[in-house]
Design a protein around this ligand. Structure first.
Ligand code: KG4
Ligand code: ZN
Length: 333
């Protein structure tokens, strides 16, 4: 089944065509330029930009796939979680297109989309897998029981990992979103140079929740205290912050893996593009003798191919959205 995927949950307007052979076309129009000057996403501006860009982006994705409208056999759209106005643009467009084309539609949870990113270059993850979803809005440790059956073992109690990276990067003047720039800068620094606390180091509760606002504040304080701000300090801080964030994430994965004995580990979401986290997760997977499934960096950050892949799996199983499909800002996985 050839599926058109649509993603508008935050600040990327994206469309993609995915079929049994993989990704046929994928277009992502980033709004980073629009929101950069405000240091974060402005929801109202995001919705308006999605409205302007969505149809041209879909046209480009179809063109890239060498497919016309009649070649679209099903549609998949992100229906949450995310910015409700931004989501509503994608959902309304997808419903209208499904109706016009007489093709089936499914709503896809954005987080399930991130999980399906691993299928774009490889096969589906085996059942009984342990997944870490790390993005600008989410930090979730998820048990994948079977296809489309998830249990969230833990989540962040405050900032997402990507949010902490972005806020520290912004204070360094690295722009928005600053995660990728922080990653590059950190390669020049010493990860042991700035003493930062490892978040949730003391796990007497035995849980799997995360917390990144404390380490974010510690990093912002260290930055403010380095009055002269030589660039070397910023590189050291970037490296040190990434080290403790990765340590916190990988420790939770290691504990969950010891308890649940998964058959594979997954690392997905925008922050899965981070070089430090990728390396640390690869080390952990090797230590546990488990396969690690990580999407190529282009499929880690928001895109519509992952939404089309997740939706395609649901459509093939016969799932259909009703005319009442809506956008839900806090849709649970
Ligand atoms: O999944 P995503 O595109 O959007 C959300 O669903 O939130 O994730 C975006 C997040 C941003 O916080 C961005 O700074 C972060 O992913 N990110 C990175 C890297 N690439 C993207 N963070 C650290 N290192 C990277 N290389
Ligand atoms: Zn995302």
């Amino acid at each position: 089944m050839r599926v058109l995927g649509i993603e508008t949950s935050c600040d990327e307007t994206a469309a993609a065509v995915v079929d049994a052979g993989g990704v046929r076309g994928s277009v992502v129009a980033s709004q980073a330029d629009l929101h950069g000057r405000y240091g974060g996403v402005v929801p109202e501006l995001a919705s308006r930009r999605h409205l302007e860009r969505l149809l041209p982006v879909i046209d480009l994705a179809l063109e890239e796939a060498g497919a016309g409208w009649d070649a679209v056999e099903g549609l998949a759209v992100t229906c949450g979680p995310g910015l409700v106005g931004a989501l509503a643009v994608g959902v309304a467009a997808a419903k209208a297109l499904a109706l016009c084309l007489g093709r089936p539609l499914v709503g896809v949870n954005h987080l399930e989309g991130h999980l399906f990113a691993v299928t774009l270059d490889g096969g589906p993850p085996p059942a009984a897998s342990l997944a870490l979803i790390v993005s600008g809005a989410h930090t979730d440790l998820v048990w994948i029981e079977a296809p489309h059956h998830y249990t969230v073992l833990g989540r962040t109690r405050d900032d997402a990992a990507g949010e902490a990276f972005d806020k520290v990067a912004r204070a360094m003047g690295l722009g928005y979103p600053g995660g990728p720039a922080l990653d590059r800068l950190g390669r020049l620094g010493d990860p042991a140079a700035v003493p930062l606390p490892v978040p949730m180091a003391d796990r007497r509760d035995g849980g799997y929740d995360f917390s990144f606002s404390g380490v974010k504040t510690a990093a912002l304080r260290a930055l403010a205290a380095a009055a002269a701000r030589p660039s070397r300090f910023e590189a050291d801080l970037a490296a040190s912050l990434q080290r403790v964030v990765a340590t916190s994430l990988v420790r939770a994965v290691a504990r969950a893996a010891a308890a649940l004995r998964p058959r594979a580990l997954l690392l997905v979401g925008g922050v899965a593009a981070n070089s430090v986290l990728r390396a640390r997760m690869a080390e952990e997977a090797a230590r546990l003798d488990l396969p690690l499934l990580v999407p190529a960096p282009r499929w880690c950050t928001d895109n519509a191919a992952m939404i089309a892949a997740a939706g395609r799996s649901r459509l093939v199983r016969g799932e259909r959205a009703g005319a009442d499909l809506g956008a839900a800002a806090d849709l649970p996985l």
